[in-house]
Write a protein that binds this ligand. Structure first.
Ligand code: PLP
Length: 385
């Protein structure tokens, strides 16, 4: 099996699994209980919080543990909107966000009377900063722009976005789910007010993540109950998940340089091989700064889904740009926003590497993919034979 879909989820690291097991087998006590082993669990929880904060340059009390990226995005966006709607009901985002951001924003628009502006991107997939400056209004309360895109890997100029927004007194949230573990994430120097992350994207367990909330920033909690996580997210803490995620983050951050060198060599070799061997291929996000593990290509005159299925028959697992919603194959909104036409966007594949991949994986894809494309083009209804 060749797994090249690490932006969807990653294989849990053995060290993270060991940490989860330890907290399931031995240290399973409720951190809120009053006896000694529970107090130990509470101490461990706070130690994990301090470790996560230290690895990302923020304060421990600024970390709220959640169930993952989707919850963190919802908690940040709706939580900030509810707490600040007296100041205005306009939020700015981009056209290339993940559904975990677009979904809560659409709900705020439809159910709560907010107005949402979706910033365009250039052909490389980078948010156009002049459009951001133009979009900010007196009633704008929040800007939410992802730090790296899940489909193309394109990195957004977050520090610039923060500078522009803060100059006008507007808070900034960033979905950093695809950045943490792939590029250095320094919350203090980025200057963001809210940041979302998810454990299963960096070899931690699924169902656990965190939200950074700058000290003093007002948000309304979405989940009320026993007042856990400084009243920001009630519910008995998922200590085993948090232990596994913290261990995975420690490994990811300490091995970041090695990881970057390894996966960028694999990604670049695949990119070179594909563009050399297959005519009429577009590398999406070429020319933009990208996270080192992601390659998105659009292969003209073929369907991404068809390539994906043929690769899957060969034991090669990748992703296509389209999302299958209610039976219709919609092309990726990210690639359309970058200016691709529908047919070309339909012919997209995303390869995303992890530290567990090897050059043999790349070689195998390069053995199989050109033949797959040739066969599909031979029967393509799009004209090119
Ligand atoms: N945001 C981005 C950019 C993502 O890529 C994902 C996962 O695909 C999410 C949010 C959602 O994260 P989770 O699966 O932890 O809910």
């Amino acid at each position: 099996m060749i797994y090249l879909d690490n932006n969807a989820t990653t294989k849990p690291a053995p060290e993270a699994i060991d940490a989860v097991l330890k907290y399931m087998n031995e240290r399973w006590f409720n951190p809120s209980s009053p006896y000694a082993p529970a107090e130990e669990a509470k101490r461990d929880l706070e130690e994990f919080r301090a470790t996560v904060a230290g690895l990302l340059s923020c304060e421990p009390e600024e970390i709220i543990f959640t169930s993952g990226g989707t919850e963190s995005d919802n908690a940040a966006i709706k939580g900030y909107a509810f707490a600040n709607m007296d100041k205005g009901k306009h939020i700015i985002t981009s056209q290339i966000e993940h559904k975990a951001v677009l979904g809560p924003l659409r709900w705020l628009e439809n159910a709560m009377g907010f107005e949402i502006t979706h910033l365009p991107v250039d052909s490389r997939g980078i948010v156009i900063l002049e459009e951001l400056e133009r979009a900010i209004r007196p009633d704008t309360i929040l800007v939410s722009v992802m730090s790296a895109n899940n489909e193309t890997g394109v990195i957004q100029p977050i520090e610039e976005i923060v500078r522009i927004a803060h100059e006008k007194g507007v808070a900034v949230h960033t979905d950093a789910v695809q950045s943490v573990g792939k590029v250095p994430v320094d919350i203090k120097s980025w200057g963001v007010d809210l940041l979302s992350a998810s454990g299963h994207k960096f070899h931690g367990p699924r169902g656990v993540g965190f939200l950074f909330k700058r000290k003093g920033l007002k948000i309304t909690a979405l989940i009320q109950g026993g007042g856990h996580e400084r009243k920001m997210r009630s519910g008995t803490e998922n200590l085993a998940g948090i232990a596994g995620m913290t261990k995975a983050l420690e490994i990811a951050v300490s091995g970041l340089h090695e990881y970057q060198a390894k996966v960028s060599a694999l990604r670049d070799a695949l990119e070179r091989g594909i563009t050399e061997r297959i005519p009429e291929v577009i590398v999406n996000g070429a020319g933009a700064p990208r996270v080192p593990n992601t390659l998105s290509v659009s292969v003209k005159y073929v369907e991404g889904e068809s390539m994906l299925l043929w690769l899957s028959d060969e034991g090669i697992y990748v992703s296509s740009g389209s999302a299958c919603t209610s039976g219709s194959l919609e092309p990726s909104h990210v690639l359309l926003a970058m200016g691709l036409d529908h047919a070309t966007a339909h012919g997209s594949l995303r390869f995303s590497f992890s530290r567990y991949n090897t050059m043999e994986d790349v070689e195998r894809v390069l053995e199989v993919l050109p033949g797959v494309v040739e066969r599909l083009r031979a029967i393509s209804p799009f004209g090119k034979k």
